[in-house]
Ligand binder design. Structure first.
Ligand SMILES: NC(=O)c1ccc[n+]([C@@H]2O[C@H](COP(=O)([O-])OP(=O)(O)OC[C@H]3O[C@@H](n4cnc5c(N)ncnc54)[C@H](O)[C@@H]3O)[C@@H](O)[C@H]2O)c1
Length: 431
């Protein structure tokens, strides 16, 4: 990869880059050698907090910025990192400070989902590598654009599907792909939790410490309501993707990985907001099914407001093959258990569950100037984000979807209209 070419590409593109062209991005490309320090900016200070700690503790890696439109959160995280490393990062409210700084090599995006694809594309155009949380996109179209941008700008782009880097899971998946339980044709995966209601929110003024305009960014403007920020945006279609796009992505990514499946040919949804009567639009009780080519099927079951999940646990995936099954679940979700066809345990392998290996994988790809050499390229992150998005579309139109090449919806113009979202004018992503 030539950083010269990327710089030229960036300049050429930035000149015609729509919303990005107006941002005055001035990053210069820097050659990376294995011993160079990697300078990181973290956007979003909630999920971003453990990630920032992780990056800050890696060898030769420094977190120069923490950025949050909520200044309370940015200041708190900067203080925590100061305590941890003895060096306070800059706490900023406007991410363009981070993107404009040529010292910054990589950005971590742990933002509300409506920001993920656009924020990542803009980072690529500012010559940064990108670690973006899951799901990587709010609509399928912007996920396609993100993949295109990753390849166009030649940087490392990784999603926060950290299980892809857990050593024992990698081993279990490899054994399954090599035939240890025979041909695998069905995966069942799940998530269960006991979330409470979000109540009925009133329109109020946003708090002083929050830049609500920048929080909304690419999403068409709506009044501020008291039960939206933080976190509850997950449960509104305008900003979030429901539990399917939230915790569902983790289990669905495992299931798709183990099955060796890419794009579905049929998608169905059942469920609703059954548990509480409040403002939440997305289902709390949700069952998605996916059929794939080559006789493969996947099911995801979600109980956002009740336990236990399948197998008596809150999270997991089970794979069924002709000669047995493989189970990843609950407190042992860092490892796996192999069962015979009668369901008798044959072997259990335990393993830790942590973010570090995924962060290390990302930094290694940057250091080696090998942006494609990741445990999970953004193409895989996108495919695993697409499945819940398709499930949500099926839910919203109230019928099953038939999908063709690249998972594109066929023969249903209403469902197809959800492929791309509407943007606040001036904030449309462009590659
Ligand atoms: N991989 C994992 O295990 C994991 C775990 C938790 C969350 N996540 C993902 O991380 C993302 C964030 O989740 P969360 O729980 O932190 O949500 P959150 O709403 O609590 O936090 C998001 C933060 O981003 C800030 N923000 C919004 N727009 C911004 C902007 N333009 N610039 C800077 N900051 C901005 C908000 O003020 C808020 O502090 C979600 O996509 C979620 O799915 C992943």
């Amino acid at each position: 990869m030539s950083t010269e070419i990327n710089r030229r590409q960036f300049l050429g593109r930035a000149a015609v880059g729509g919303a990005v062209a107006g941002l005055g991005l001035t990053s210069a490309a820097r050659a990376q050698s294995p011993n160079d320090q990697i300078v990181v900016g973290v956007l979003g200070a909630q999920r971003g907090a453990p990630l920032a700690r992780n990056f800050a503790q890696q060898d030769n890696c420094v977190v120069k910025y923490v950025c949050d439109v909520d200044t309370n959160r940015a200041d708190e995280l900067a203080g925590a990192l100061d305590e941890l490393t003895g060096e306070a990062p800059n706490a900023v409210q406007d991410f363009r400070r981070v993107y404009d700084d040529p010292d910054v090599d990589a950005v971590v995006l742990a933002l509300p989902v409506h920001w993920h694809a656009l924020g990542s594309i803009m980072a690529l155009q500012a010559d940064k590598h990108v670690y973006v949380e899951k799901p990587c996109c709010h609509s399928p179209r912007e996920g396609e654009l993100l993949v295109e941008a990753a390849r166009h700008y030649g940087k490392a782009v990784q999603m926060g599907n950290q299980r892809r880097s857990w050593p024992q899971l990698r081993e279990g998946m490899q054994r399954m792909h090599e035939g240890d339980i025979g041909r695998v044709y069905y995966a069942r995966c799940w998530y269960a939790s006991t979330r409470g209601p979000i109540n009925l929110g009133e329109e109020v003024d946003p708090p002083e410490h929050l830049d609500y305009e920048m929080w909304q960014g690419p999403a068409p403007r709506r009044p501020y309501v008291e039960n939206l920020i933080h976190y509850n945006w997950h449960w509104f279609w305008h900003w979030g993707t429901g539990e399917a796009g939230n915790n569902g992505v983790h289990a669905i990514d495992l299931a798709r990985w183990g099955l060796g499946a890419d794009y579905p040919i049929r998608v169905s949804s059942a469920g609703g907001r059954h548990r509480f009567d409040d403002d939440q639009e997305t289902p709390d009780t949700h069952v998605l099914t996916f059929d794939f080519p080559d006789d493969k099927t996947m099911m995801w079951e979600c109980l956002s407001c009740n336990q236990p999940g399948l197998g008596g646990t809150g999270f997991g995936a089970t794979f069924y093959g002709e000669d047995g099954s493989l189970v990843i679940e609950g407190g042992r979700a860092g490892g796996y258990t192999i069962l015979d066809v009668e369901g008798r345990e044959v072997e259990t392998v335990d393993g830790p569950a942590a973010d570090e290996p995924h962060v290390e994988d990302f930094l290694t790809a940057i250091r080696n100037d090998a942006p494609l050499d990741l445990h999970s390229k953004i193409e895989e992150g996108y495919k695993s984000s697409l499945l819940p998005l398709l499930g949500n579309i099926s839910h919203r139109v109230g019928r099953s979807l038939t999908c063709g090449e690249y998972g594109r919806i066929e023969g249903d113009s209403e469902a197809e209209s959800y492929w791309e979202r509407e943007y606040e004018p001036g904030w449309e992503p462009e590659v």
